[in-house]
Design a protein around this ligand. Structure first.
Ligand code: ADP
Length: 192
């Protein structure tokens, strides 16, 4: 069985966490990993329904994501989380719970100017107009990681470049045993 690990994507809304998660997942599958994506928006509709955006609620949300990730990692899964996770302390707690050696923190960087220009979900303009309270980066804090394992910059990189950087870090750590072309389907692997 492959060793489990978590790729913990952190960054402002619209920085590219979900996009990167979606593109990284099939790359990991192709390398024989059993992949699960825990996407922030999805988690908030199911696991964390009803939680708001106060610090306390955000910490509870991140705690739930890291709890589920830790269970999956224990069973050898490659987990990708895509949640803003703005607080250093909550991310450190996630690292502790999942295990330092199984936790890859990826800072998805993008300037506020570019995010306002993109405004993927139309939320920045509303937040700047004062219509949304607790909006990370505008009316709520974002504590950028000081020592992330990988930094990707969606302002200057293509999605492919960002995904490649993450794959390189995972390979360097020895998490990826098979390369994409040589990847053997899991069913076949079982009988070899
Ligand atoms: P988040 O999950 O962080 O809120 P999304 O993935 O939903 O962000 O949106 C990011 C937007 O930025 C998408 O429209 C995506 O196409 C765009 N984008 C541009 N360059 C990149 C990049 N290098 N990596 C990820 N997203 C990018």
């Amino acid at each position: 069985m492959n060793q489990g690990f978590t790729v913990w994507l952190t960054g402002l809304s619209g920085a590219g966490k979900s996009t990167i998660a979606e593109r990284l997942a099939p790359e990991l599958s192709a390398r024989g990993c059993s992949v699960e994506v825990l996407d922030g928006d999805e988690v908030r509709t199911h696991l964390s329904k009803g939680l708001g955006f106060s610090r306390e609620d955000r910490d509870i949300n991140i705690g739930r994501i890291s709890f589920v990730a830790s269970l999956l990692v224990r069973h050898g899964a490659a987990v990708i989380t895509a949640a803003i996770s703005p607080y250093t302390l909550a991310r450190a707690e996630a690292r502790r719970r999942i295990g330092d050696a199984r936790f890859v923190e990826v800072f998805v960087r993008c300037s506020l100017d570019e995010l306002v220009r993109r405004d993927v979900k139309g939320l920045y303009k509303k937040a700047i107009a004062g219509e949304i309270e607790h909006f990370t980066g505008v009316s709520d804090p974002y504590e950028a990681p000081e020592n992330p394992d990988v930094v990707v910059d969606s302002e200057i990189e293509t999605v492919e470049q960002s995904v490649s950087k993450i794959l390189a870090e995972l390979a360097k750590r020895g998490y990826l045993t098979a390369d994409a072309k040589a990847a053997v389907p899991r069913e076949v692997k079982g009988v070899l």
